[in-house]
Structure formats: structure tokens, C-alpha cells
Design a protein around this ligand. Structure first.
Ligand code: XLS
Ligand code: CA
Ligand code: CA
Length: 439
């Protein structure tokens, strides 16, 4: 088969002192951390859209990306070459998974039938490439936001024909995800939200979104798809307000519509910051609700304030993110999907390797540091001690066990004027985290 990234050979682990930009400094796939290898902890995945279809265009200028498939004009030929190049890239990088939207892998035709036929041409090729390389599908999804028909949303569109079209697309995307052995299926509500409440029946739209999810669950059962369904929260962009605003909003939606058993969350770091949280917060909320399914590993830029989808290089964030993932006992069938794009000015093919290597090293180092923090237990011990009055003192035990009431607590408090609080020690804890990071 033709080689597309000729200047790059297999990326190897060379250790922290290596000066080779095309080598891992911290990600050593076979290295054991705790009870499993780094590769098994991290389950890295490449996002087909950013890495293989993104052209670098922005509202002010044309595409900049230099890619081996740029000159191919026929859309299906382009899709084929792109698939071959994609698997060469992923194999050289040494990732075990990839993710795609239906429209990333095959072009949209003039009709839905034609579009489905395009997919049917490309999916067998992808299946062969998966077999040849051993790279698996972490998740599939449907693009329900790019085409103008989705101007008002997909499952939340005010037009039943659009709802039906979106359903047809999800049906097909589930079929191909199942065919390719996908371990999860993601719903990201691209335009499922509103621009103004003046023209929106929010209750009806949310009821419809729940109907859509129910139908997907039923269809998955029918075709024997055993992957995990995931919802990916995002507060805004492209709509002003998205219904899947953040982890907490999605969890309450799932609770309301009795869907909690069928869905987990795909937490994206950049979406967390857009929602005014941080990466750890969103992972934490998902974890304590037994809903942490998978991660879109990237980072935003708070000075810009939109979804910049940058490669994760912030070691502080990945450390505390991995801390939550370890406390969750891993991601199960999920993984760390680099929903990240190289900057418009990083247009050389080799930049794709640099971006992923940076992200993989940053998470690998985060994993090791988080594991050490957990092993030493200093954070857990501190937090436990902070709440100890609920476990060590009679009044606390009564509160926790539901053995008291306002009257008894009032009697207790009236007799207890000298309340003593202990320090929260934030600065001490932050300094300790720094010690681990700089070790
Ligand atoms: C966009 C989302 C999207 C989902 C998949 O902001 O991150 O890429 O991950 O549809
Ligand atoms: Ca994402
Ligand atoms: Ca994003």
C-alpha cells in the first residue's frame, strides 16, 4: 500500500530526556501503572474529523492544511485515500482507537439514499483497515449539525421532517457503528438548543429529544448493538444555549425521562470550561453519578472563550482529570479521544504527529502523577479528616444516618456556642500538588 506520511516512522518511547520531537517522552504504552499498562489506562483515540477532514479554514480565510489527499477531486476517491492515510497515521502513532461522524468518512450525496450508498462503499474498506492494523472503533456518531437542513436543530427541530431525517441518519450510523464493532455511540447535541426563547417551545423540544434517544435505545437492542450510549454535554456553540449544557443538566434530563440506565456521559475538557467549570469538575460530577463513560481530551483557551479544541498540554488539568478517572476505576468501554485540532498555522502533516504526541505525553504524565497522589492518599486523607465530625462524633453520625431532626439539632446547637472550624488549607494543598508535578 502507498505510504502517505513517508517522513515519519513508528513513534517510540524514548524517555523524558529525549530531544527527538517524534518520540514519546512520558507515554510508554507497556509500562505498568498500578494494575494495568498505560495503554490500557489511557485508551487513546484519534478523532477522524479534526485530524483527517479539517482543512484549517476559518471565518476569515481558506483552508491551510497540507494533506496527502488534497489534490484528489472525486469525493469517494478522496474518502478512500483519506481512510488509508488515516490508518497509516494511527498505526505509526500507536493509538488503539478512532472515532468518527458518519459524514467524516464518506461524502454526502444528493439524496439520503445516495449518501447511504457512499457510506456502504467506504465502511468495508475501513473494516479491512481495522482488521489489518488492529485499531478499533471507540465510538461512532452522526453529524446532525453541518447541513443547512439542521438550521433549527435535528431531534429538537420544529419540523417533523427534519426529526425523521435525523432519525434515519442515526439508524444508519448505529448500523455502521455496530458493523465496525464500535464500543460506544455518542450523541452530541450540535444544534439541539435555541437562539431565542421567543420562538421556542422548550418543553416540547426536550420531550422530542427524549423520544429520539428512546428510539435509538430500542433500535440498538433490535440490531444487537451492545455498545454504551454516551451524551456529550456542551453549553453553547453552535446554538446560544444547548440543552445538554453540562454534566449536571444532562443527568437531570436523563433522570426526568427515565433514561439514566441507558446513557453515560462523554466529558469534553473544552466544553467543561465553556460551561464555566473545569475538566475535573465535570468528570467528578459524572463519576459520583455513576455516569463517567468516556472523555474528549482537549483544552480550550479562556482568553478566547470559544471551543478552540486544542491539543491538551496543560499537565495540571490532565493530572486532576486522571485523578478522577482513576477514582472511577477507569473509563470502562470509553477512552481518551483527542477531539483536538492543530492550529491553522500548524499546517504540515508532521504537525498532526506533534499535536498527538504532546497530548499523549501530557495525559501519560498526568496518569503517573495522579496515581502517585492517590497512592500516597494525601488528598483523600485530608478530605476525610475535613468531614470527620460526621463519622466520629455522635451528632454527625445521627445526621448521616437520618436519626435526628431539627428539634434535636436545635437543642444541641443551643448548648454549643463555641463552634470550632478547621482550616481548608487550600494553599498548602496546591503547593503539595506542585511538589508532585515537579518531582
Ligand atoms: C463539538 C463536539 C463534537 C462531538 C462529536 O464541539 O465536540 O465534535 O464530540 O459530535
Ligand atoms: Ca467533543
Ligand atoms: Ca469541542
Amino acid at each position: 500500500m502507498k505510504e502517505y506520511f513517508k517522513d515519519v516512522s513508528k513513534i517510540e518511547y524514548e524517555g523524558a530526556k529525549s530531544g527527538n520531537p517524534l518520540a514519546f517522552k512520558y507515554y510508554n504504552p507497556e509500562e505498568i501503572v498500578g494494575n494495568k499498562t498505560m495503554a490500557d489506562h489511557l485508551r487513546f483515540s484519534v478523532a477522524y474529523w479534526h485530524t483527517f477532514t479539517e482543512d484549517g479554514s476559518d471565518p476569515f480565510g481558506a483552508g491551510t492544511m497540507q494533506r496527502p489527499w488534497n489534490k484528489i477531486m472525486d469525493p469517494l476517491d478522496k474518502a478512500r485515500i483519506r481512510a488509508e492515510a488515516a490508518f497509516e497515521f494511527m498505526e505509526k502513532l500507536g493509538v488503539d482507537y478512532f472515532c468518527f461522524h458518519d459524514r467524516d468518512i464518506a461524502p454526502e450525496g444528493d439524496t439520503l439514499l445516495e449518501t447511504n450508498k457512499n457510506l456502504e462503499q467506504i465502511v468495508p474498506l475501513i473494516s479491512d483497515l481495522m482488521d489489518e492494523t488492529g485499531i478499533d472503533l471507540l465510538w461512532g456518531t452522526a453529524n446532525l449539525f453541518t447541513h443547512p437542513r439542521f438550521v433549527h436543530g435535528a431531534a429538537t427541530a420544529p419540523n417533523a421532517d427534519v426529526f425523521a431525517y435525523a432519525s434515519a441518519q442515526v439508524k444508519k450510523a448505529l448500523d455502521i457503528t455496530n458493523q465496525l464493532g464500535g464500543e460506544n455511540y455518542v450523541f452530541w447535541g450540535g444544534r439541539e438548543g435555541y437562539e431565542t426563547l421567543l420562538n421556542t417551545d422548550m418543553e416540547f423540544e426536550q420531550d422530542n429529544l427524549a423520544r429520539f434517544f428512546e428510539m435509538a435505545v430500542d433500535y440498538a437492542e433490535k440490531i444487537g448493538f451492545e455498545g454504551q450510549f454516551l451524551i456529550e454535554p456542551k453549553p453553547k456553540e453552535p446554538t446560544k444555549h444547548q440543552y445538554d449544557f453540562d454534566a449536571a443538566a444532562v443527568l437531570s434530563f436523563l433522570e426526568k425521562y427515565d433514561l439514566k440506565d441507558n446513557f453515560k456521559l462523554n466529558i469534553e475538557a473544552n466544553h467543561a470550561t465553556l460551561a464555566g467549570h473545569n475538566f475535573q469538575h465535570e468528570l467528578y460530577i459524572a463519576r459520583i453519578n455513576d455516569a463517567l463513560g468516556s472523555v474528549d481530551a482537549n483544552q480550550g483557551d479562556k482568553l478566547l472563550g470559544w471551543d478552540t479544541d486544542q491539543f491538551p498540554t496543560n499537565i495540571y488539568s490532565t493530572t486532576l482529570g486522571m485523578y478522577e478517572i482513576l477514582k472511577n476505576d477507569g473509563l470502562g468501554s470509553g477512552g481518551l479521544n483527542f477531539d483536538a485540532k492543530v492550529r491553522r498555522a500548524s499546517f504540515k502533516p508532521v504537525d498532526l504527529f506533534y499535536g498527538h504526541i504532546a497530548g499523549m505525553d501530557t495525559f501519560a504524565r498526568g496518569l503517573k502523577t495522579a496515581y502517585k497522589i492517590l497512592q500516597d492518599g494525601f488528598l483523600e486523607d485530608f478530605v476525610e479528616e475535613r468531614y470527620s465530625s460526621y463519622y466520629e462524633e455522635e451528632i454527625g453520625q445521627k445526621i448521616v444516618n437520618g436519626d435526628t431532626d431539627l428539634e434535636e439539632l436545635a437543642t444541641y446547637a443551643l448548648d454549643n456556642d463555641d463552634i470550632e472550624n478547621s482550616s481548608g488549607c487550600q494553599e498548602l494543598l496546591e503547593a503539595k500538588i506542585n511538589q508532585y508535578l515537579l518531582e
